[in-house]
Design a binder for this molecule. Sequence first.
Ligand code: F6R
Length: 267
Amino acid sequence: MEVIVLKNAERVAAMGAELVGELLHARPAAVLGLATGSTQLALYRHLVERHQNGNVSFRQTTSFNLDEYLGVVAENPQSYRSYMDREFFEHIDINKRNTFLPFCEDGQNPRLVGIEYERKIRKAGGIDLQLMGLGANGHIGFNEPSSSLSSRTRVKTLTRQTLKDNSRLFSADEFQPKLAITMGIATIMDARSILLLATGESKADPVSKMIEGPVTAMCPASILQMHERATILLDEAAAAELKNRDYYDWAHRQNESLKNRFGVFHD
Ligand code: F6R
């Protein structure tokens, strides 16, 4: 794991966009794994800006989102499809036919949707870079605590904490879905590289468990300790409970000088 602590959320988003940009320069037809949520909004804003300045193109890119609510039509402004269109896809040059979410039509068997999603990811050649956020309870995608560490795309029931955390996004009379289809933890671990962004003090506890705690299904993000190429971008508030902070800063400086000397390597 490479842990990079930056001054604030804005810097986190800017660096996230820079890393995505580097990948797309090296590999314009890269397959991106995408996420929704509040943390990703600033990252998408930076990527849109880079695109508008002519610094990055998504024309050849394919994307797979981590998750989608179950029981919400795509046109519903609360669907993750709507979020992605609104916040990102409509402002860049990606071919929308190459953007995928694990969407389940009314009456469709969600189990088959999960199997088909896995097949599509494999057919696209696998995910080069998976972007993600971190739930206050340590979830990644909607893999809630106790999710199997070898799970694949399937239906998950959201925990009360996640429902409460996300209730800020729903008005009082609006239907808040309790089920979602999410990539599994094994699906996420198959990505060739991972970029997780976490900002704000509400993430300090799950961040410390993810990075310095035991690998356990009770903190699904802790599985990233087993990933060969996981980069974690944090702001000061989210890094507040890390014990090895000095080492992460020092190691990051070493990695930067290696990068300046030898460039970025994308296998
Ligand atoms: C969203 C997703 C979730 C969020 C996480 C953090 O697609 O997969 O895991 O990344 O809940 O959400 P925010 O950024 O809103 O705190």
